[in-house]
Design a protein around this ligand. Sequence first.
Ligand SMILES: Cc1cc2nc3c(=O)[nH]c(=O)nc-3n(C[C@H](O)[C@H](O)[C@H](O)COP(=O)(O)O)c2cc1C
Ligand code: SF4
Ligand code: SF4
Length: 280
Amino acid sequence: MISIDSDKCTKCNLCSKVCTKKVISPGPVIDPAKNMFCIKCGHCYAVCPSEAITVLEFKDVAKDESTREPVSPDHLMNLIRHRRSLRFYKSEPVSREHLEKIVEAAAYAPSAKNMRRIKAYVYTDPQVIAQINGRLPEHYKKLLKIFAMPGFPLIWRWLGHSPGMLEAYRNDFKRITEDPEYQVLHHTPTLMVFTAPMKDPMSTADGWIAAQTATIFAETLGAGTCYNGYLVIAASKDKTLKEIMKIPANEHVVSAITMGYPAMTFKRSAARKPMRATFI
Ligand SMILES: Cc1cc2nc3c(=O)[nH]c(=O)nc-3n(C[C@H](O)[C@H](O)[C@H](O)COP(=O)(O)O)c2cc1C
Ligand code: SF4
Ligand code: SF4
């Protein structure tokens, strides 16, 4: 829901142009029948040259006085190319000040229909992180048993996966379950997890995008990250793991990143397969 201050409005109609839900029609006129479809995206507020628009949900939030600053393509590409999945961290967790900024950045990530139904869980308690890490092999022991069932490789092929992929997973799962030195969470001092409501595919996408926004922003604060798919997979099945993580039953873990200040410096950017891009 929005309101327009008619004393300030100069009738430029930019707000009706940008409103993706057509809550505002040219005039500008707020269509009462469509007001319920307002997604509170703030496009109208952000475009209005006269500060005539209020998004009612945020009417008490202090105005962001900052203006858009240029970021050079070279600087951003440099950050993107030099970001590496970091698996060696200094022992101290990412500072609370930095974590709050990273979570704030994630809150500004694109979100389907601006619903923002995802939540962030940030772990810095070494005991809780150790408990989470300690629980992970349980799930992979079960998966190894399934892999060993007669006929499983055939089912795997039938599902369209390659035998090489099965071997790669088996190799990883053996390491997780048999190597006492190996930690799925890479001895991380900080773990950031995004959850979404169950059976909500759009919010699930939001959880990934939030994690990627956090990942990139963390780099600017000198913190490195690594996605942890093996935690996500285990948390999708293991109720005990979710309890340890203090995640309610009606939420599911979408994305997880280990995070910390680097205890390893990479000297250069490494090559990547080019994107198979089609320009039409
Ligand atoms: C969806 C996803 C899941 C991942 N899961 C893990 C994981 O469980 N453990 C891990 O060490 N790295 C994980 N990674 C990191 C990838 O291995 C890494 O991104 C890849 O090797 C490329 O390296 P780079 O991120 O440094 O470019 C994951 C990455 C993504 C995008
Ligand atoms: S953008 Fe602002 S000034 Fe322009 S029509 Fe909308 S409310 Fe009025
Ligand atoms: S907040 Fe977004 S959806 Fe709502 S009226 Fe403004 S532009 Fe339209």
